[in-house]
Structure formats: structure tokens, C-alpha cells
Design a protein around this ligand. Structure first.
Ligand code: GAR
Length: 210
């Protein structure tokens, strides 16, 4: 089994979906640690209920982003994950930090990237009258919500939707998508190359001259 750490800031419904998926027979990962930057994140209690090791690194306890990230990195090193999943971790990570986990850190984002990076995606989707919305799992790189895509799921925007009904539809898709994307990474079926391209094992290596 691959060792997986999950980083959260809040509710932890994606964490919950990942925990459930990893408990199924034949799933290639185990969640061995949960890291939160918020001491009151509901996901912490959930992790503890499953006997998963938790670490809280509150940004307010550190004088700089660098010092906070060093502490997060140290916590990750005690967990020794093969893969790190960001699941509602609401803090931008520096290039220096992300570089240490390049190719083994993934994130879920509530939009069909590269559309609607950043916050309040559901509100912005409604404002643009987009008809198709969804979620994306991608490798984490320095830019916000910019890393190479691993998997996506689409949901319709329906007449009468508000941000809440739309968010709920997307969240349901997230809970299916994240475990399947994590499995692809854990089984080595998708990986990031040194040039930042994602390779899916279903496709041949791209020609370097292309
Ligand atoms: C999820 O919708 C996730 O995609 C989003 O936060 C929510 C966390 O919910 N992440 C981002 O917006 C990252 N920029 P959860 O705590 O219940 O999993």
C-alpha cells in the first residue's frame, strides 16, 4: 500500500470520501496522516475517529509563510507519505515547498480547470451562465490551481441553481473523482514528467521532437 497524507483546512468531506475508498478491499493506498492549518477543522475529528494521526500547524503560530511551511513539511516527514492529497487546504503553497513534493502532491479544485481558478467558483460559474461545471484533480505546482491535470468530472448547471445547489452537485462528483484519481497516481498509471507533462499509461510517450 502507498502511504497517503491528506491536508485540510475545514469540513473534510473529501477526506471522508478518501478514507472510505481506501478502506475498500483492493484499494492501493492507506491514509496515514492528516494535516490541518486550522485547529477547528471538522476533518480533524473525523480522522481521529478513524485512528489516523493528525497534525495541526496553525499559521498564526508562525511569523512567516516560510516558517509555517517548514513546520508543515516537518509534519509530513514524520508521516512519510508516498502521496500527499490536498483536500480543501485553503492556503497557497510556495514554489520551494511544492518543489519538494513535485509529482507526489495532488489537489482537488471545484471547477473544470483551467476555467475558474481560485475561490468562489460556483458563484462565478453562475455569473458567467456557464452550462457545464465540475471538478478537477491535478498535480500541484507553484501557480494557483495550475498543475497538470489528472482527472476531471463534469456536472450540468441546471435552471434554478444557486451557488449552494451547484456546490452540492459538484461536491458529489468530487467525492467520486478524488478516490479514482488518487488510485491512478498510486498505481503509477499517471505521472508527471520532468517537463511537467502528465503521462497516462494508456497513451505512448510523446515524441520529444513534438
Ligand atoms: C471542496 O469543494 C474542494 O474542492 C475545495 O474546497 C472544498 C473542501 O471541502 N477546494 C478548493 O477550493 C481549493 N482551492 P471539504 O473540506 O468538505 O473536502
Amino acid at each position: 500500500h502507498k502511504r497517503v497524507a491528506v491536508m485540510i483546512s475545514g469540513r473534510g468531506s473529501n477526506l471522508s470520501a478518501l478514507i472510505s475508498a481506501t478502506m475498500a478491499a483492493g484499494y492501493p493506498c492507506r491514509i496515514v496522516g492528516v494535516i490541518s492549518d486550522k485547529p477547528d477543522a471538522a476533518g480533524l475529528k473525523l480522522a481521529q475517529d478513524y485512528g489516523i494521526e493528525t497534525h495541526v500547524l496553525d499559521r498564526r503560530d508562525y511569523t512567516s509563510r516560510e516558517a509555517h511551511e517548514d513546520a508543515v513539511h516537518a509534519a509530513l516527514e514524520t508521516v512519510k507519505p508516498d502521496i500527499v492529497c490536498l483536500a480543501g487546504y485553503m492556503r497557497l503553497l510556495s514554489g520551494a515547498f511544492v518543489g519538494k513534493w513535485l509529482g507526489s502532491m495532488i489537489n482537488i479544485h471545484p471547477s473544470l480547470l483551467p476555467s475558474f481558478r481560485g475561490l468562489d467558483t460556483h458563484e462565478r460559474v453562475l455569473a458567467h451562465q456557464v452550462r457545464l461545471h465540475g471538478c478537477s484533480v491535478h498535480f500541484v505546482t507553484e501557480g494557483m490551481d495550475e498543475g497538470p491535470l489528472i482527472a476531471q468530472a463534469a456536472v450540468p448547471v441546471l435552471p434554478g441553481d444557486d451557488a449552494e445547489t451547484l456546490a452540492a452537485r459538484v461536491l458529489k462528483a468530487e467525492h467520486n473523482l478524488y478516490p479514482s484519481a488518487l488510485r491512478l497516481v498510486a498505481e503509477g498509471k499517471v505521472r508527471i514528467t520532468t517537463t511537467g507533462k502528465v503521462l497516462l499509461d494508456a497513451f505512448p510517450e510523446p515524441d520529444p521532437d513534438d
